[in-house]
Structures are given as C-alpha cells and as structure tokens.
Design a protein around this ligand. Structure first.
Ligand code: NAP
Length: 209
C-alpha cells in the first residue's frame, strides 16, 4: 500500500487526512506533535504521527500542506530525493490581494528547483479546505487539477486524488502550475472578494464539438 505523509496540519492537511485515513497508510507530521496525536486519535486507526524527517523518510508521497514559504523551506530537505512531493500551495501575498509570484514561474516550479531530485506534482490548489469536510459523494465530480513532469508520479497523485474523493483533470507538465495558481487565486477572489463563499470549485465544461 502507498504510504502518504502529510506535513502540516492546518485546514488543508487535516482535511486531506480526514479523507485519506483508513484508505491508505498515512503519516502525519506537525510542529505540534501533541496536537497532531490528538487529531490522529479522531481518525480511523492506523494513522501514525512522526516528526517531519521521519515522516518524509517513511513515505512514498509527501504532501506539503504548508504555506508556500514553509513548503519552500521543507523542499530543501535532502530526504525528499526521489520522493513524490505534492504541492498544494497558492503563493498568495500576505493580504490575499493577489499572487506573490507567477506567470514566468510558479510555486510548484520553485519547489521543484529547491528539490531537484524529487518528483513535484501540483494538486488540490483550486479546492477550498471546507470541501474536504463534505461527504465524499458531494465532491466526486469536483476536479483536482494535476500537473507534473514525471508520468508515474502524476499517476500516483491521480490515484491519491481519487482516494480522497475527487475527480481528476490532468493539465500537463509542472509548468501548468503557472496557470493553476492564478486559477486558485481566481477561486479565492470568487470565494472571498466577490462573496460566493468557499463552497465553490472550478470545473471545465466539455461541450460537444
Ligand atoms: N485553505 C484553503 O482553502 C486552501 C485551498 C487550496 C490551497 N491551499 C494551500 O494549502 C496550503 C495550506 O493552507 P491551509 O489553509 O491549510 O493553511 P493553514 O491552515 O494556515 O495551515 C498551514 C499549516 O502549515 C504548518 N506550518 C509549518 N510551518 C509554518 C509556518 N512557517 N507558518 C504557518 N504554518 C506553518 C502549520 O501546521 P503545523 O502547526 O501542524 O505544523 C499550519 O497549520 C497553503 O499553501 C495554501 O495556499 C489552501
């Protein structure tokens, strides 16, 4: 069975953990080990809490459920070599008014540069954390947009997204993160700035030719 490590137990990390617990081998890592242990106790049995280094060492897939800057720092960990690393971040400015980087690069590409021997895959950045708390039946048609250069790594994250109760829209190589991160920002604008709330998600409508 694939072992997935989730680093960072904020809204997204916890949400993903709730969707994945009991369906795959799951390791959680947090700066607050006691809080993580208490959270793990609320999940189906078999979820392990470890420090970040041990979590990375024991995982096939490492989800960096961190703010971008913290993810970038974590990406410098040499233990990520040859691991599949899932970048879920939207590199937003501190005041959420827009993206701090983009167009000619992306958070995912910067993480890939910081962890050149890892296989970085972008996923979940257009999915609001609250969606993980809905019954999975309500999100099975919601696409997790996925981008990555390594075919096997992308396939593994496609499987992860399915396990977590989402549909999948593959978008090509990691450079597609330059498009997905502005899409995540647009989602934030709709959700917060334009008052639609966070029970929304972008989808692609396929019309007949
Ligand atoms: N919230 C959303 O709806 C949403 C949607 C799509 C994408 N995202 C992206 O997902 C990532 C996580 O978002 P989130 O909403 O889960 O954020 P969050 O609730 O603030 O959680 C982030 C977690 O990262 C850990 N962390 C480690 N170093 C940190 C640092 N220096 N500063 C702050 N936190 C640090 C903390 O977990 P521990 O205390 O357990 O270590 C913290 O709880 C972000 O990159 C965000 O852009 C969020």
């Amino acid at each position: 069975m694939t072992t997935i490590a989730i680093i960072g137990l904020g809204n997204m990390g916890k949400g993903l953990a709730k969707r994945l617990a009991g369906k795959t081998d799951l390791i959680l890592a947090s700066r607050d080990h006691a809080a993580a242990t208490a959270f793990a106790a609320t999940l189906p049995a078999g979820v392990v809490v470890l420090d970040q280094a041990s979590a990375i060492a024991g995982a096939d897939i490492v989800v960096l459920a961190l703010p971008f800057e913290a993810a970038l720092e974590a990406a410098g960990n040499p233990a990520l070599k040859s691991k599949i690393v899932v970048d879920i971040s939207n590199p937003v400015k501190a005041d959420f008014s827009g993206l701090a980087i983009g167009h000619t690069t992306s958070a995912a590409e910067q993480l890939q540069a910081a962890a050149p021997d890892a296989k970085v895959v972008k996923a979940f950045n257009t999915i609001f954390a609250g969606l993980f708390d809905l019954p999975a039946a309500q999100t099975v048609a919601v696409p997790a947009f996925i981008a990555g250069n390594d075919e096997a790594a992308v396939a593994a994250v496609v499987e992860l997204a399915g396990l977590a109760g989402f549909a999948v829209e593959k978008t090509g190589g990691i450079d597609a993160a330059r498009l997905l991160e502005p899409l995540g920002m647009l989602n934030i604008r709709f959700g917060y700035g334009l008052g639609q709330g966070t029970g929304i998600a972008p989808n692609w409508i396929k019309l007949a030719a």
